[in-house]
Ligand binder design. Structure first.
Ligand code: CP
Ligand code: NVA
Length: 309
């Protein structure tokens, strides 16, 4: 049994194995409908319990299809309906019950501490479905999408991130260090990564660079990533933050500084950080990106269950 909490804690060999399995599984089910089960039903009889402390559309749907396609089933708990949040039941007791009734736990939380507490007390695998500090299932899936579209290893590509220093960027930074790809970050100076993340970046072999001019960040980029300027539960002065990010908006002009065949990716949901004519352009691969989460999360589940070949 293995957990999937943060990319930085997982050996790159395992991450690559997950991607290879996802590629094979995706190609094998071209003719199957969404709810048809993969040959061999490797997670037959298994129950994935999901819980979301923050909103979710894609993560919720993609884990639902992922476990179903592997032959298992899922149950989504609402945190406001549990004794954990209202009646003061402990994480310890909640985790014991989850472990006795379910076979894996996918948790989207507003607290990294809670994630750690659950991990300590569960005897079933736990998957981080987004926390304040990371969004690992998203970024592993995005690497899959990049390699699928570019037909190259991500380590040979120039990746750019234009946006806030948030959970998604933290996972992209971890991926850059693990997979060894060039990552150029474009953000206002006030919104650069935290000290802790900057120290982590320094441990890298000089592949990550931070720019406060978006044009410099996207120069020669093969892929431009972005995300909302204001994340869920981001308690900031929104107007002030939007103002600082104004010149970091992704528009056709900014895209023109990247490579001609540069693609645009965004984990969604989107806000004002990208122009409609980029978001809906041929260069934008956001729908394919969202759908690929099903495929990669299936292989993440198999990894957690110790069933990756
Ligand atoms: N990208 C992503 O995680 O989307 P949701 O918040 O809708 O799950
Ligand atoms: N950074 C965003 C990602 C949403 C999927 C957030 O945390 O709200």
């Amino acid at each position: 049994m293995r957990n999937f909490l943060n990319l930085r804690d997982i050996p790159v060999r395992d991450l690559k194995k997950i991607l290879t399995d996802a590629k094979r599984r995706k190609s094998m089910r071209k003719k199957l409908n969404n709810l048809e089960v993969d040959k061999g039903a490797p997670l037959k009889g298994k129950l994935l319990i999901q819980m979301f402390e923050k909103s979710s559309l894609r993560t919720r749907l993609s884990f639902y299809l992922a476990i179903k396609q592997l032959g298992g089933s899922t149950l989504t708990l609402r945190p406001d309906e549990l004794h954990l949040s209202k009646g003061g039941e402990s994480i310890q007791d909640t985790a014991k019950i989850l472990s006795n009734f379910g076979n894996a736990f996918m948790f989207r939380t507003d607290s990294d501490k809670k994630l750690e507490e659950f991990k300590k007390n569960l005897s079933i695998p736990i998957i981080n479905g987004l926390s304040p500090s990371s969004h690992p299932t998203q970024i592993l899936s995005d690497i899959f999408t990049v390699e699928e579209i570019k037909k190259k290893s991500i380590s040979s590509l120039n990746i750019a991130w234009i946006g806030d220093s948030n959970n998604v960027l933290n996972s992209l930074i971890a991926a850059s260090i693990k997979f060894s790809f060039k990552l150029s970050i474009g953000c206002p100076i006030e919104y650069k990564p935290s000290k802790k993340i900057m120290n982590y970046i320094k441990s890298d072999n000089n592949k990550i660079h931070i720019f406060h001019d978006p044009k410099k960040a996207v120069r020669a980029a093969d892929v431009i990533f972005s995300d909302k300027v204001i994340s869920m539960n981001d308690k900031v002065n929104k107007l002030k933050k939007f103002k600082k990010f104004k010149k970091f908006k992704i528009n056709k002009r900014l895209m023109s500084y990247a490579k001609k065949d540069c693609i645009f990716l965004h984990c969604l949901p989107r806000d004002k950080e990208v122009d409609e004519d980029v978001f809906l352009s041929k260069q934008s691969k956001v729908w394919q990106q969202a759908l690929n989460r099903v495929h990669v999360q299936k292989s993440i589940l198999l990894y957690c269950f110790g069933k990756l070949r």
